[in-house]
Design a protein around this ligand. Structure first.
Ligand code: NAD
Ligand code: DAU
Length: 353
């Protein structure tokens, strides 16, 4: 038995693969294009592990996907592969259309052909699990209830619009062809191997290297944070117990303003690795120009997943952020590796005054 994971060298995909193989012996075929966000070092601990097969390639390469399906006969395909950074989708949306929409479509087509040829029993047991985001629901006002699965889709960025399109395609493959699909819509993740273009790892990295901690606009935007291993456990739960055709919201009940998040990181660093001049890292905070179309608030109502499938997050924001800061302090070599080269060009272009 095996599963195919796409995007398994990225932040959440790598955490998922590592957690999966730590918990059971079922092989993982990991298909990843290795864009700037994919990093084989995330999977270094699996280098001699025969249960992990890494294949560099594109989910939009229908022939390659068909070959992998024929060769490994997986019982499930889990689609993590995506362009994932909202700011990059604003400065260059094309790659988001290609991978998130065209790529998901090609992957679905290859999986449909494979699935249709399976014997009846295997056909009903097969699952296509699509990993999506809460951003498809748009932005909430301060008093609005948290997103439920029944909320209408109102994506506001090229990133969220491309994810919304992929979610719709996934849904259509169940309704039209009967492919047993599952979709998860998760809130903001954080934890080990998070690429330092995103708020939490960027702030930790910039703090430790004496750089500005850039806060967009007034810093009062709200995100609902979930420690990455809790997202991984939610995906395992949905894969095992989810009902085909259903979507499941995943979140940590941890709504925080961006400014609160950055202040919390500074407080932890002030204790764990105080600045040599004795000042707080908060003195490095700088308010910068806002993200265009910046969504004000996301909040996830995860009660369907909790009540129907019995999932619960193990970490609070307090425990998860402590672990995360510790991980970055202990893994500076990983940070140094990913912040060399092309990373610098992105930071220069994005944060130019
Ligand atoms: P990431 O950017 O860290 O990793 C994406 C991975 O996909 C990389 O390894 C990259 O090389 C690979 N990839 C990109 N294009 C590919 C292609 N065409 N073919 C094969 N591989 C390709 O992203 P992440 O934060 O780990 O997010 C993973 C998934 O979870 C995405 O679908 C994202 O939309 C979703 N998601 C992310 C969050 C979050 O907070 N990070 C929250 C909810 C949902
Ligand atoms: O909600 C789930 C989504 O969370 C995922 O689907 C995306 O893939 C993931 O990137 C994340 O999107 P966000 O845009 O919320 O994450 P990001 O870390 O880029 O930003 C978090 C908040 O912090 C957001 O309000 C923008 C703000 N921000 C971000 C950066 C990079 C800043 O204030 N300064 C920054 O430098």
């Amino acid at each position: 038995m095996s599963i195919i994971v796409t995007g398994g060298a990225g932040f959440i995909g790598a955490n998922f693969v590592l957690d999966w193989l730590a918990q059971n012996d079922e092989a993982v075929i990991n298909l990843d294009k290795l864009t700037y966000a994919g990093n084989r070092n995330n999977l270094r601990s699996l280098v001699d592990d025969a249960r992990h097969v890494f294949v560099q390639g594109d989910i939009a390469d229908a022939e390659l996907v068909a070959r992998l399906l024929r060769q490994y006969q997986p019982r499930a395909v889990l689609n993590f592969a995506a362009e994932s950074h909202v700011d990059r989708s604003i400065s260059g949306p094309e790659a988001f259309i290609q991978t998130n929409i065209v790529g998901t479509f090609r992957l679905l087509e290859a999986v449909r052909a494979y699935w249709q040829a399976l014997p009846e029993e295997e056909k009903s047991a097969f699952r296509f699990l699509h990993v999506s985001t809460d951003e498809v629901y748009g932005s909430l006002g301060t008093q609005d209830p948290a997103f439920k699965e029944s909320n209408p889709y109102e994506p506001n960025s090229p990133y969220s619009a491309s994810k919304a399109a992929s979610d719709h395609l996934v849904r259509a493959y169940l309704h039209t062809y009967g492919l047993p699909v599952l979709t998860t819509n998760c809130s903001n993740n954080y934890g080990p191997y998070h690429f330092p273009e995103k708020l939490i790892p960027l702030v930790i990295h910039n703090a430790l290297t004496g750089k500005a901690l850039p806060i967009y606009g007034d810093g009062q935007q709200v995100r609902d944070w979930l420690y990455v291993s809790d997202h991984c456990s939610a995906i395992r739960t949905v894969l095992k117990h989810g009902r085909p055709g259903e979507t499941y919201n995943v979140g940590g009940w941890n709504e925080k303003t961006n400014l609160d998040v950055v202040n919390t990181i500074c407080n932890i660093l002030d204790v764990e690795q105080p600045r040599v001049d004795g000042e707080s890292y908060k003195t490095q905070i700088v308010f910068v120009k806002d993200r265009p179309g910046h969504d004000r608030r996301y909040a996830i109502d995860a009660s369907k997943l909790e009540k129907e499938l019995g999932w619960k997050p193990a970490e609070t924001f307090d425990t998860g952020i402590q672990k995360t800061v510790r991980w970055y302090l202990d893994n500076q070599a990983w940070v140094d590796d990913v912040t060399s080269g092309a990373y610098r060009n992105w930071i220069q272009a994005q944060y130019a005054a």
